[in-house]
Design a protein around this ligand. Structure first.
Ligand code: SAH
Length: 260
């Protein structure tokens, strides 16, 4: 009798409807299952990835920095904290902690970790210091400086790099860094004087405005030399109004450019 009753149902309620509903329900169940599993496994994958990078970072600090004589604990802490892999192009993430510079686009490079640490250490940064970096690039060096002081000003001549570094610094929680696009030759007069100035591109000579903007007792680190010859990393100090310079080591940096 039951079968007869079913026969008089409208077509849409006929038995043919049930396999279709079943298929749809199965699809929904499978999709939900996948979503729940993806939601479960993605954070685990991210956690794995970030702990893998943290391990590489610690190894970089031990082998490339401590073993080569970087001793300032605040610098070592900064270098073990800043996620260098987030400052290199995605395709180079796995190489982020290797012992060398890496391309960051527009013909520019992020410096070797040892050079970043060395230049940071030599500035003798105190928490109350006001710092100027010329050559923001990826924003990595500025981020390391921001671990040591809340007043970091950084200038970048290539507009696209200035924009992307500004965004990256915000995304990585470095809101205390102020980025400006422009020719760093002129420095940042409104924010001067600076306790520390770091130039991360090789200039033919030390730009006079930077010397003027260096505070009494302040320190500047700058690679000086022609792009095609040996450049020297110079430490510049201002004591009682007098400038003294000392050559620290031969280096190779990308050229300091000038706006037209
Ligand atoms: N410190 C950067 C890497 C520096 S590469 C980092 O941590 O990633 C050198 C950078 O200096 C390049 O991005 C280049 O465009 C920039 N630069 C060169 N000449 C400049 C100038 N006159 N003013 C500001 N930036 C300059």
């Amino acid at each position: 009798m039951a079968t007869k009753k079913r026969m008089i149902l409208p077509k849409s309620y006929s038995w043919q409807f049930f396999p279709c509903a079943l298929r749809t329900s199965l699809r929904v169940i499978v999709i939900l299952f996948c979503l729940v599993h993806a939601a479960d496994s993605l954070p685990a994958a991210w956690a794995d990835e970030s702990s893998n990078f943290a391990a590489k970072r610690m190894q970089m600090v031990d082998e490339q920095l401590k073993d080569r004589g970087i001793t300032d604990l605040k610098v070592l802490r900064a270098m073990s904290t800043v996620p260098r892999h987030l400052f290199v192009p995605a395709y180079l993430k796995q190489q982020a902690y290797t012992d060398g510079p890496l391309p960051i686009g527009h013909g520019q490079t992020i410096s070797q970790p040892y050079i970043v640490a060395y230049m940071t250490e030599i500035l003798h940064i105190q928490p109350q210091h006001r710092l100027l970096e010329i050559g923001t690039g990826s924003g990595y060096q500025a981020s390391v400086l921001a671990e040591l002081s809340d007043q970091v000003y950084t200038m970048e001549i290539i507009p696209e790099l200035a924009d992307s570094a500004g965004r990256r610094l915000k995304e990585t929680g470095c809101s205390s860094v102020t980025v400006r696009q422009g020719d760093g030759y002129h420095g940042w007069p409104e924010a001067a004087p600076f306790d520390g100035i770091m130039v991360t591109a090789a200039a033919e000579f030390i730009p006079p405005p930077l010397l003027q903007q260096l505070k009494e007792g302040g320190r500047m680190i700058i690679p000086v030399g022609s792009p095609f010859y040996v450049q020297h990393l110079m430490l510049v100090e201002k004591t009682q109004g007098k400038i003294s310079t000392r050559s620290l080591m031969p280096v190779r940096f990308v050229p300091f450019r000038r706006s037209q």
